[in-house]
Design a protein around this ligand. Structure first.
Ligand SMILES: Cc1cc2nc3c(=O)[nH]c(=O)nc-3n(C[C@H](O)[C@H](O)[C@H](O)COP(=O)(O)O)c2cc1C
Length: 184
């Protein structure tokens, strides 16, 4: 038997744990958590945002970073989503360390092992669609295997809106562009 849910109750999965890093006009770093985002082209990310300290920041700098929430950063990732940089320096409060990206005017948070450095390609405060050009990305050596980003080492998490929990992404279960060939 199939149970019907109303449209707004739909569970769309996976939803990411995207940590958006920005500087304000005084160079104070901030970070927020966003679940609604996706790759929208090669070298392009799209995020759906309400108005936040973060949006005020990248409106001025034209840049932001996106780090990925991981099993080791669950608490700080969630904190970045339940507190506003308008009230408190979240980076300091979380005990995080930041360095300035060499490629865009935005902070890289050392505690996160993988970070995209993005330039604002377009931002529409009406729809809330932020499109970023990924100029470069920084990865800790510890998450690489044969020079490639290894999700098994990164241990990224997703947001589960059904139970309001974070889940770890699991082990590989098949080979892309390959397993389906059996049925061709
Ligand atoms: C799990 C989770 C997912 C979130 N996803 C989004 C999102 O996709 N878009 C958004 O605008 N806000 C989202 N938020 C809310 C912001 O992270 C939150 O309002 C934050 O305080 C904004 O920070 P800022 O004011 O320092 O920029 C999310 C929060 C949590 C905890």
């Amino acid at each position: 038997m199939s149970i019907s849910f109303a449209g707004k109750q739909s569970v769309i999965t996976p939803e990411g744990v995207f940590i958006i890093g920005t500087y304000d006009e005084n160079g104070v770093p901030n970070a927020m958590n966003a679940a609604w985002g996706m790759q929208s082209d090669m070298g392009e990310i799209t995020l759906m945002l309400s108005k936040h300290k973060t949006t005020e920041n990248f409106e001025k700098t034209g840049a932001f970073t996106v780090a990925f929430g991981t099993v080791d950063t669950v608490v700080i990732s969630d904190y970045f989503g339940v507190e506003s940089g308008r009230k408190v320096n979240k980076i300091e409060r979380a005990g995080c360390h930041v360095r300035r990206s060499e490629n865009v005017d935005a902070p890289i948070i050392d505690e996160f092992p993988l970070t995209l450095e993005c330039r604002v390609r377009s931002w529409d405060p009406g729809t809330g669609y932020l499109i970023g050009e990924i100029v470069a990305s920084q990865a800790d050596e510890a998450i690489l295997t044969d020079g490639k980003i290894d999700l098994g080492k990164l241990r990224p998490i997703i947001f589960d809106p059904s139970f309001n929990v974070y889940r770890e992404i699991g082990a590989p279960v098949g080979k892309a562009f390959s397993d389906g060939l059996k049925l061709k």
